[in-house]
Design a protein around this ligand. Structure first.
Ligand code: NAP
Ligand code: COA
Length: 273
């Protein structure tokens, strides 16, 4: 990982849900390199342990617990443990998510509910449970949403609905928590290279090339692009920004991504973890 502005977040504490891989781990590295102590949660202890080891090897201070964001008491316990170890939490990143390509008629009610539960209810759980442990005033809360929140996308009804809910939750909590000096924003990454998300959404070279052809800046972004935006949102430079949904997507949101009609739906029940 490249060097970030040193010590911009010295003494700050960041809690990152879904921080054990991909974009969220990239954010963890970015905030750690800027001096923040990092606490992460995700479901699988081996991923959590590997990410914590990676952050420490890069010179950061990190801790982690295996928690499913659908488990409110578990999320609350992880936040409490972070608070007890280090004190008031300055930054919350809620980025846990699940996704797969499936037409609505190719998914069960439980499949739809699973994505809503992880993405939307999980984000509510993380944000709601965090309030008691936040530095107030001063905390910056960031949810990770997606372009699907505002762009209806084929075979993404579950993710579109869940991320749309996250956008509105972001704005509602910005209203409620602004008077306490807590800023609540969301980042909508565009397609980011070397991530599980894009492995699932553009699994073939053809689908990847088709997507790149409609991105104004011509390529997928990097995890570092999202980490830099998250870092900005954690600093005083962003002290008057709340309730914002910030696209970091190479202009993807300006053009329609993907076809309006598909000749063939993906086979159901493939691509789960
Ligand atoms: P990823 O590597 O699969 O990240 C998902 C993270 O969430 C993992 O750490 C995963 O670890 C954790 N997780 C999943 N379900 C969980 C649960 N129920 N409870 C707790 N943790 C859970 O995927 P990514 O592609 O980097 O995506 C990260 C975020 O960016 C997501 O919010 C996604 O919607 C958003 N996003 C991604 C892209 C992209 O280009 N990839 C574009 C737009 C938005 P465990 O398996 O250990 O739980
Ligand atoms: N198409 C249709 N349905 C699918 C599916 C697919 N590709 N993948 C899973 N499902 C269904 C399952 O069949 C199940 O429904 P059922 O009980 O009616 O059979 C339901 O979704 C839940 O699946 P399960 O595997 O039990 O859920 P989980 O909580 O263990 O895992 C997922 C959640 C399905 C989202 C899994 O893909 C995951 O863990 N993803 C995390 C990583 C990720 O998606 N990263 C990218 C983030 S953008």
């Amino acid at each position: 990982m490249e060097t970030f502005t040193p010590q911009l977040l010295k003494g700050k504490i960041a809690f990152i849900a879904g921080g054990s891989s991909g974009i969220n781990l990239g954010i963890a590295h970015g905030l750690a390199a800027a001096g923040a102590r990092i606490s992460i949660i995700s479901r699988r202890i081996e991923k959590v342990d590997a990410a914590v080891a990676e952050l420490r090897a890069a010179g950061g201070e990190a801790m982690g617990l295996a928690v499913d964001v659908r488990d409110y008491p578990g999320v609350e316990a992880a936040l409490r443990a972070t608070h007890e170890a280090w004190g008031p939490i300055d930054v919350i990143v809620s980025g846990a998510a699940g996704n797969f390509l499936a037409p609505a008629i190719g998914m069960s009610a439980n499949a739809f509910k699973t994505v809503i539960d992880i993405d939307l209810l999980g984000t509510f759980n993380v944000l709601r449970a965090s309030y008691e442990f936040l530095r107030r005033p001063g905390a910056s809360v960031i949810s990770i949403t997606a372009g699907q929140a505002v762009n209806p996308s084929l075979f993404q009804s579950h993710a579109c609905a869940a991320k749309a809910g996250i956008n509105m939750l972001t704005k509602c909590l910005a209203l409620e928590w602004g008077p306490a000096g807590v800023r609540v924003n969301a980042i909508a990454p565009g397609p980011i290279k070397d991530t599980e998300g894009m492995a699932r959404l553009t699994p073939t070279p053809e689908s990847e090339a088709a997507l790149k052809s409609v991105i104004p800046l011509g390529d997928y972004g990097e995890k570092r692009d999202i980490a830099d935006l998250a870092l900005f949102l954690c600093t005083d430079s962003a002290k008057y920004i709340t309730g914002a949904i910030l696209d970091c997507d190479g202009g993807s949101s300006l053009s329609r991504i993907g076809p309006a009609r598909a000749p063939e739906a993906p086979a159901a029940a493939t691509g789960s973890r």
